[in-house]
Design a protein around this ligand. Sequence first.
Ligand code: URA
Length: 271
Amino acid sequence: MARQIDPATRDALLARVRFYRDLGLTEFYRRPVDPALLAQLAAEPAVASDEPQRDSSQENPIPPRKPMQAPPAIASALPPAERASALQIIRDEIGDCTRCPLHVGRNKLVFGDGDPAARLMFVGEGPGADEDAQGLPFVGRAGQLLNNMINAMGLKREEVYIANVVKCRPPGNRTPEPEEGATCSPFLFRQIDVVRPEVLVALGATAATYMLGTRQPLAGLRGRVHAVRGTKLIVTYHPAYLLRDPRQKKEAWADLQIAMRELGLKPPGRG
Ligand code: URA
């Protein structure tokens, strides 16, 4: 019979695995187990619990690894003057969306914000509480940091376009479930096709995963230029992660400098 893990240990383990996943670490390997330890554990009685048995087939705290759906075909480029109305058509099509469970807790749907013909587009994971309240992406603390990052690149927020993988806030700011991401990301791809930025920046592992169509640790994706939907993609840390670990800001700045190089931009004040 499988050994029971007490609920506190189980919750601590889940929190740790979620933390690792936030960092982009998604692969875990079991060390070979000492046979003597296994024999000892087998001899111990299982932890008794009054809790009803959980049906693990109904429980899915860590999204399973499964092939991601193919993204929609790349749409043809629109003249810059037509991009705002093309984005509005996508917004209208999304409507008062009930396509996935995230709509249940939604206050405002967060479609996207910025220049419809921007040369640079940032993609985050999904709205947080501030974004859900205002209907705009990256307006909370992480948004303040993103604004600073944009300004450090010599750009204004209004000059870039910002969107998310999912357009409604996941409860408790959890990572979107695969079904939620799969339902919503086709709209993101259509936004990318309309804006047609020269450079895309994926903020964090979730954005990178959906745009690249593959789950890989963030560390292996940073520091180089990927190709997505005919556009260059740079992967960097999510600003919320940088707020938790400011030491990584230097690394994020190195990533943004790759984006600047691709755009032919120089940091302000350096001629
Ligand atoms: N985090 C995100 O990923 N997106 C937002 O819009 C805000 C916070």
